[in-house]
Design a binder for this molecule. Structure first.
Ligand SMILES: Nc1ncnc2c1ncn2[C@@H]1O[C@H](COP(=O)(O)OP(=O)(O)OP(=O)(O)O)[C@@H](O)[C@H]1O
Ligand SMILES: [Mg+2]
Length: 302
């Protein structure tokens, strides 16, 4: 049976240099990072919006009540290996640094789904939110929290799905209750849900989200930026990079390499192929690209 101790992965306390590096290493997500920063900052530090209102209007505008009443939920949706988990776990590092505050990231474990015993998932999710609420109340407004619910479709499947068990529906209700409770208490807790399939998430949850961000595989320019970054220092020419970009794009397969294919697989494979007595070259990287085809998109899996 799942106990309270098993409900979370290890906390991440930010700022933290590892988080800073993981965040900075994300390529091609600047458009998401920019908007996410604003959304997240105002949920984690509601006072910033009040300060702006007073600066610009000489008073706290009534409009702020509606902004503040939005459920503190952000959804990251999209293809495999595109940086959802990494961004969810690290973006608050930038906020912590900018405002000189501590932010604690709590990550709900997949074990919170329980073993399927009647009422168990509801109880576990309810307990998880209780734990976060209790910690946030004790910490006060200077220490906001991010609650990351990864692989959220496992917990928050559409209640409309015909095959869904009663138990799963109750779990979704427990999630909605928890998020509402956070909004009511205005505790500076932001819930981030990551999923490969936004359309499998419960519509009632999606409707409540303050923002939903879509993550996709890297396009040509983004793959060029990845290659320039990860193979910095080996002297690749512009035309060699262009060849690597063409090799990793959507060919007759219809889909190209993911960020994680490039950063985690091809980079490592190329280094290991060169080690111990050869330099890294465009030729070696090309061999490894051919040997490591792109991960299939989530939607195409059987
Ligand atoms: N935008 C990116 N820029 C650079 N590297 C990336 C990017 N996205 C992912 N990666 C690399 O891929 C690895 C996996 O990323 P991550 O786990 O965040 O992806 P994900 O979207 O959560 O994937 P999944 O849907 O499979 O859970 C990271 O460790 C990182 O090295
Ligand atoms: Mg992930």
């Amino acid at each position: 049976m799942t106990t309270t101790n098993d409900l979370f992965e290890e906390d991440l306390d930010l700022p933290d240099s590892t988080a800073q590096h993981r965040y900075a290493a994300l390529v091609g997500l600047d458009h998401i990072k920019d908007r996410l920063m604003k959304e997240a900052e105002l949920i984690l530090q509601p006072k910033l919006l009040e300060d702006w209102s007073v600066r610009s209007h000489g008073t706290v505008l009534p409009a702020l009540r509606w902004v503040a009443a939005r459920p503190p939920l952000i959804i990251f949706a999209g293809d495999v290996g595109t940086g959802k988990t990494t961004l969810a776990e690290t973006f608050a590092d930038a906020i912590a640094r900018r405002h000189g505050i501590d932010v604690r990231v709590k990550r709900l474990s997949l074990r919170a789904r329980g073993s399927g015993a009647v009422g168990e998932m509801t109880r576990l999710i309810g307990t998880a939110f209780d734990v976060v609420l209790r910690e946030a109340r004790a910490a006060g407004p200077r220490q906001p929290f991010v609650l990351v619910i990864d692989e959220a479709d496992a917990l928050a499947q559409s209640r409309e799905a015909a095959q869904m068990h009663h138990e799963d529906r109750a779990g979704v209700n427990a999630l909605i209750r928890g998020i509402s409770q956070i909004a009511v208490e205005q505790l500076g807790i932001l819930v981030v849900m990551c999923t490969n399939r936004a359309d499998a998430l419960d519509p009632a949850l999606r409707r409540r989200a303050a923002a939903e961000f879509d993550f996709a595989r890297p396009n040509d320019a983004q793959r060029a930026a990845v290659f320039a970054t990860i193979f910095d220092g080996i002297g690749l020419t512009a035309s060699q990079i262009a060849e690597l970009v063409a090799l990793t794009g959507p060919t007759e397969r219809g889909y190209g390499h993911t960020y994680s294919d490039l950063v985690d697989r091809i980079l490592a494979a190329a280094c290991l192929a060169a080690y111990p007595d050869r330099p890294l070259t465009a030729g070696l990287i090309t061999e490894q690209i051919r040997a490591n085809p792109p991960t299939r998109p989530f939607a195409e899996r059987g």
